[in-house]
Design a protein around this ligand. Structure first.
Ligand code: SF4
Length: 232
């Protein structure tokens, strides 16, 4: 089956990025933070603590830009997501997008997805997140579940959706799974928890863990860490 590199027409890109100012917003990447440490998300998004990005985060952004530039050089045509979904089964072709942003509106919140790669195939859609790690962590898996969940609802997808996490260190697929009803229920529950946290309906309770806290960029503002080191 032929794989065609495509990009979004400007009009479609704008349409997919419609932002409702008065609707609570969850960014898909916050799911990973929440799963890693809910208190970190609380500090960053509820208490609005600002700390500098890390070297590792900047390296990740740079690696993504390199892949995106490679993709742009290979783009053959512009195609909206709706057209790609319709055409793929008839043309027996797959369409690969890079760095696609879409904002999905639900009843009580909107979910921002910025997906590294989406491949629309005749029989399925594959949502891929590139990571700097060499193994897939739960937070990364749930982040890509959020992207798949939002995609399914936004584009009314009638075919299977797979989710993949790929290492941009060695190109290996670290996680590959069908996004089924069970995964959908799991991400719905997590999104609900994140939404309640963002509304400040509860303060997450976490314990000090050296593997996470000692290298956390929020540790100087974190009650849990400061209590552990006797500075609170
Ligand atoms: S220092 Fe530990 S508990 Fe505090 S935000 Fe960071 S990871 Fe979470």
């Amino acid at each position: 089956m032929k794989l065609i590199r495509v990009s979004l027409p400007v009009e479609a890109s704008k349409r997919y990025s419609t932002f409702r100012r008065f609707l609570k917003t969850i960014n898909g990447s916050w799911i990973q933070t929440y799963m890693y440490c809910p208190y970190q998300l609380y500090l960053e998004r509820v208490k609005k603590v600002e700390v500098p990005t890390t070297k590792s985060m900047r390296e990740g952004t740079a690696a993504h830009l390199v892949i995106e530039e490679e993709h742009k050089k290979m783009v053959e045509r512009e195609l909206s997501i709706e057209d790609a979904l319709s055409l793929a089964p008839f043309e027996k072709e797959s369409y690969a997008y890079r760095e696609i942003k879409y904002i999905t509106q639900f009843d009580n919140f909107q979910l921002i997805s910025k997906v590294d790669e989406i491949v629309i195939e005749p029989e399925q859609v594959v949502i891929i997140d590139d990571k700097k790690s060499t193994k897939a962590y739960d937070g990364q898996i749930f982040q890509v579940y959020a992207y798949a969940y939002a995609f399914k609802h936004m584009f009314d997808v009638d075919r299977d959706i797979r989710v993949q996490i790929r290492s941009h260190v060695n190109g290996k697929i670290l996680y590959d799974h069908e996004f089924g009803r069970e995964e959908e229920r799991a991400i719905e529950k997590t999104l609900d928890d994140v939404l309640r946290l963002l509304k400040n309906e509860f303060v997450p309770r976490v314990e000090y863990r050296s593997s996470k806290c000692d290298k956390c960029r929020f540790r100087d503002y974190c009650e849990v860490y400061l209590k552990h080191v006797g500075k609170w």
